[in-house]
Design a protein around this ligand. Structure first.
Ligand SMILES: Cc1cc2nc3c(=O)[nH]c(=O)nc-3n(C[C@H](O)[C@H](O)[C@H](O)COP(=O)(O)OP(=O)(O)OC[C@H]3O[C@@H](n4cnc5c(N)ncnc54)[C@H](O)[C@@H]3O)c2cc1C
Length: 430
């Protein structure tokens, strides 16, 4: 398998990859890649929920909360697009079978997280991401125009004269091959895999950002990395387990070593993290306490069953005792710069989801805005691609042969080279 052909190749099978695929014309031949298993995308991990404009009256407040959390560095146009698109996106999710929590009268039930003035977050227990992603993935799997490839890694893009002609990839057996495509969408998630303590899957190492840097594609705010204030403290190595902000949104309290509260529990994430670090230093402890007991057994068992179970496995019964929590890397606000339709600065190359930066989040993401942002802008990429002509490049084989030679020489160093590129950009003084 030296080369595959398709109309659109999508790198990533999280919510952004799947939603884009579902909005591409069915006449297009689409190939989607996942670096590890389909379930190892951060989309599966989202706990708290997805923001939605409840009604017109909430627009100003939703907009203000998003801008305030982002320190007003957000791109106003993107925020507006995201909020206004949200009701239609939620309707689509429901049509794909996503089951959001509802009140007895059938209306949506909303929860609240830090820095939200009002409750405007839809949720499915504390596994909203899994509920959304498994439904989207299952819809994708039913479409005969889409081929899904698991354990297949994009190594690089194949480009000529600032035009993307496709990608180079490697399968699980180590075979390197090309995918020629009219359009390429990078939907390859965040950068948590670069950090020793992160809530993200370790396979998410910012490959698309590194590739953008390597090819002179514009990137934006690569140093804007969000640390989540509350992950379950453990001495074990591995992925940090998130304790969703909606736990605090519903009323759980943070306590220092003396048992007293030390801050408002619904501060924006960056300020909350700073307060926790300050308290840890003061107490000389590697964690602070999160008191979920005040929520009562019913709320803990029904709204947060997954968190409750995981805490039990770690030896903490959250119904009866406080749990130790510590901040960890969580989300990437920066990424490959894109315009309002998720187009990068390279021709025929798009980016969506956490890998991209459309400016929605500014310096700091408001809780539960990322699933929504991913879906809204992935759909926009697909709709723009649908309106563009397909291409076939006579020069592809020549460019691919050159790339293959380069990869033969450099492949062993590639992982480290990509990590270094992203780290240098994160640490770059501005
Ligand atoms: C623990 C946790 C809880 C969260 N809770 C919430 C929440 O409540 N609400 C909310 O809005 N957001 C939440 N988020 C953030 C949100 O889940 C993510 O921002 C969002 O799901 C990103 O989706 P994505 O499609 O861009 O990337 P992902 O879902 O991470 O998917 C990335 C895909 O790219 C693939 N990939 C990566 N590199 C390559 C490569 N080189 N080659 C081939 N494939 C590649 C991966 O295999 C994967 O399939 C949470 C995140 C975490 C980690």
């Amino acid at each position: 398998m030296e080369k595959l052909n398709c109309d659109v190749v999508i790198v990533g099978c999280g919510v952004s990859g799947c939603f884009a695929a579902l909005h591409l014309c069915e006449k297009y031949k689409v190939i989607m890649l996942s670096k590890a298993s389909f379930e190892e995308s951060d989309s599966y991990l989202a706990q708290g929920g997805i923001c939605c404009l409840k009604n017109e009256d909430d627009y100003e407040s939703f907009y203000r909360d998003t801008m305030k959390a982002g320190h007003h560095e957000n791109r106003a146009e993107s925020v507006e697009i995201m909020i206004k698109s949200s009701p239609e996106i939620i309707d689509e999710l429901v049509s794909y079978g996503v089951d959001f929590e509802r009140n007895a009268d059938g209306s949506f039930k909303y929860t609240r997280e830090g820095a939200h003035e009002f409750a405007r977050i839809l949720f499915h227990k504390d596994i909203t991401g899994k509920e959304i992603t498994r439904n989207l993935l299952s819809a994708v799997q039913k479409q005969s125009n889409i081929t899904l490839m698991e354990y297949t890694t994009m190594l690089d893009i194949i480009e000529k004269d600032n035009t993307c002609l496709g990608i180079a990839c490697k399968d699980q057996a180590g075979n390197v091959f090309a995918i020629e495509a009219s359009y390429t969408l990078l939907a390859s998630g965040g950068i948590g895999g670069l950090y020793p303590h992160s809530t993200n899957f370790p396979c998410l190492t910012g490959d698309a950002v590194a590739i953008a840097l390597k090819h002179g594609i514009e990137v934006e705010n690569v140093d804007y990395v969000q640390i989540h204030p509350t992950t379950l403290y453990t001495k074990e190595a591995g992925r940090s387990f998130l304790i969703s902000e909606s736990v605090r949104g519903e009323g759980a309290l943070l306590r220092g070593a003396d048992g007293n509260r030390f801050a408002s529990e619904v501060l924006p994430r960056d300020l909350m993290t700073a307060k926790i670090h300050e308290q840890m230093e003061k107490d000389d402890t590697p964690y602070v306490w999160l008191d979920m007991t005040v929520l009562g057994e019913d709320v803990i068992r029904n709204h947060f069953p997954n968190i409750y179970q995981r805490c039990l496995e770690e030896g903490y019964d959250a119904i009866h005792e406080w749990i130790p929590v510590v901040p960890a890397q969580h989300y990437f606000m920066g990424g490959v710069h894109v315009n309002r339709n998720s187009k990068t600065t390279m021709d025929r190359l798009y980016a969506a989801g956490e890998t991209s930066c459309n400016g929605v989040h500014g310096r700091n993401r408001l809780a539960s805005n990322s699933l929504l942002e991913s879906l809204v802008f992935a759909k926009r990429a697909a709709l723009e691609i649908n309106a563009l002509p397909l291409h076939s490049d006579a020069s592809f084989d020549e460019v691919w042969q050159e790339k293959k030679m380069e990869l033969k020489k450099d492949q062993d160093r590639l992982v480290e080279e990509y990590k270094d590129l992203v780290w240098k950009e994160i640490r770059k003084e501005r």
